[in-house]
Structures are given as C-alpha cells and as structure tokens.
Ligand binder design. Sequence first.
Ligand code: ADP
Ligand code: ASP
Ligand code: MG
Length: 419
Amino acid sequence: MRILVQKFGGTSVASLERMQLARQKVLAGLQRAEKALVVVSARSGETNKLLDLARKWSPEPDPAEQDLLLSTGEQISAALFAMLLKDAGIRARSCTGRQIGIRTDNVFGKARIRAIDKDFILKTLEDFEVLVVAGFQGVTADGRITTLGRGGSDTSAVALAAAVQAQLCEIFTDVEGVFTTDPNICPQARKLDRVSYDEMLEMASMGAKVLEIRSVEFAKKFTVPVLVRSTFSDAPGTFVTQEEPCMEHVLVSGIAYDRDQARITLRAVPDRPGVAAAIFTPLAQANLSVDMIVQNPSHDGVTDMNFTISRKDLSNALRIMKDIQDSLGVTEILFDDNVAKVSAIGVGMRNHSGVAAAAFSALRRENINILMISTSEIKISCIIEEKYTELAVRTLHDAFGLSGPPGAGEDMETVRPSR
Ligand code: ADP
Ligand code: ASP
Ligand code: MG
C-alpha cells in the first residue's frame, strides 16, 4: 500500500481558510499515494494559551494533567480537519495519539515514543483514505496521555512514517523549506534543495525549529525521506536525506541560533574526582539536559564550573544546585539568562581546518564577545549575549558566503582543506 504522511504545522491550520489550503495539499497527495496519514498541530498560539491557562490555575501544574490539557489543542485541529476532508468527499476520520496507538514512556511534557500500533493503522486504512492524527501526543502503558515536547508534531509525523514505511513524509510549514538560516531574521537566507540527516540534526539541536530534533533522529534511524515545504506555495521544498557525495563540497551549510539558553556558574568547586558526577547526575535524574560544559583551570584546588541549559529549566536546575551546594563546598551559584547560542553547521567542516577561527574573526569584527565555545566534527557553537543574536547570525551567514550563490564561502582564505 502506498502511504503518504503529511504534517501541517500551527500556522497551516490556524484558520478555516488556511486549513482549506492544507486540504488542497492532501488532495494533491492522494494523486500520488493510495492512502494518507495527516498529522496536525494545534492552531498557532493554542499551545501557549493552554500553558498560560494551566499556570493561571496552578503555580506548578501537575505534569500529567498539563499534558492532558495541552493534547486538546491538536485534537481540535484533527477533528476540524477531518470534517473538511469529509466535506470534500474523502473517506477520512480523526484519531488522537492514543487512538492511533502511539505508546510513549511516562516523562510528561517530553515523552519519547516507544511503539506504534502499525496493525491498527493498516487495518483502519482499509476503511478510510485518510486518517487525521492529532500530533504531539501519545499514551503511557498505563493509559495516561503524554505530550512529546514543543514542536513534537514533527516527531509524530516522522515516527508514523517510519512505522508504516511511508513513501514520503511531507512537513508543511510557513516557509518554503530549510534555509541556510532562519529566513525570518536574515532576508539573505537561501533555500537548500537537500540537507543531510546529520546536518539537519545539528541545525535542529542548535535551535533551527523548522524541524524538531527528535523527528530528525527518527528520520535518520529509519531512513525516512522527509520533504519540508510550504502550505502556501507550490515551491519544491527541501529534501532531508542521507549524505550524498555532492554535499561534501559545502563547507558550512547553515547558521542556527537558539535563544532558549541559560548559563549557570558554580564558583570554587573542589577540583577532585567525582565532583562533575555529583553536579550532573542529579540534573540528569531530573530529566534536565545540559548542553555546554566548561571547567576553568584550577587554582588552589578549586575551579569554576560553567554549563548551559534550556532557559525553562533554569529554576529547577538552580534548585538542584542549591541542594548540593553545601555538600560540595561551592561558594557561589551565579546564573545568566540573557545569553543565546549561535552555531555554524556543515558536513564539509570534517575535511577543513580554520572554520572555527574564521567564525571567531567574523564575530570579533562586530565586537561580539564569545562567552563559551563548543565544537563537533560538523559544528561550531558560541554562547553570546542575547542582544547580539541577530547580528551574529547575519555576520556568520555573510562570513561563510551563504548570502551569495551556492559555494561562495569555499574560497575563504582562512579556511584550508585538512587533507
Ligand atoms: P510549524 O508551526 O509549521 O511547525 P515552526 O514555527 O515550528 O513551524 O517552524 C518554522 C519556522 O522555523 C520558520 O517560520 C522559521 O522562522 C524557523 N526557522 C528557523 N531556522 C530555520 C531554517 N534554517 N530554515 C527554515 N526555517 C527556519
Ligand atoms: N502544538 C505543539 C507546540 O506548539 C506541537 C507542535 O506544534 O508541533 O509546540
Ligand atoms: Mg514546528
């Protein structure tokens, strides 16, 4: 059975008129496939409204109850979309995450998908052309509703595509594909025709929210072909696929930024074995992901430990640090939530040296101070003051020649092939 998965984000289902445009994409999709799974997000702004509502009722909302509340945003979209499809003569029905059998663990607010009931889906598709699925949600083994974390409808879509071995997973959004950076803050951003899973993984984890990171992890793991495209145009979009030989020529393929950053500094941490474990184990146990970690050189047996986390996890992380402060003998706990992370990403970096130096020089020319640095084989990230985010993104975008025609950045004098 040729099955197509299509996902429509919040802006694509925000009004009746927009949903009607989305319906056109489903009708066009059914020309290419026998059946479709259509995953929908909550209408834009809805999830934030529900979060505000929860906080109005309770200072620290119960995570399981909050998930039940948040899941309703996607359910509304699914029911409305199914109505529109039926009015166009399509045999369609809506399904919540639970109904379609998306089983998750029980980490409320950022649950991971554990299994999908493929048999139920295939059986139901015998009677329907389209199943409209409420994205962003699943159910625990003991029947409680979970949500998958912000942007999680992308993950629902790719996971469903993997489960039914869909021919393609189309992610419809409000931009025409994956760009060299966020086109909404850098008008020179160029649309990429193709991007590798690894690059997309780095771009997503560095903050490019056009695809949620776990969706890219699923796509890579199960080799799901993903096409990111616009609901509002017929532009061809961006294929997210396995790395291809032609991609190696690109030194830096994109610049990402993430404002959801906070830095914590622990002053005068004893420099002895076991201290890092004592700091980071309780954070991991509380499901808080630490990103960059920098330990300063020690003086007189003590050192400063700096790390970054998501801004929304700051108060939790500070509470945990206060709990262990005395036992570790830490003199002071400092934090800064006015920081952001900018990153340059490209598989071509594997074979070149000098990319980091070129990035640092570009930021220096604009007098942007770098607070922390981390690098991987295909990425360089810098923590900077948040107020410089847009300037830093545009500066790096220019410095790596991304504003010009494709490949312009490869001539940079400071960057040399390392083999
Ligand atoms: P949806 O609601 O459809 O899921 P999102 O708002 O989650 O849409 O993601 C689309 C947005 O991602 C775009 O409007 C754009 O501002 C942002 N974005 C960030 N980086 C990029 C990038 N490199 N390419 C395209 N869009 C990007
Ligand atoms: N509605 C959820 C959010 O706003 C999930 C999604 O849109 O993908 O994060
Ligand atoms: Mg999204």
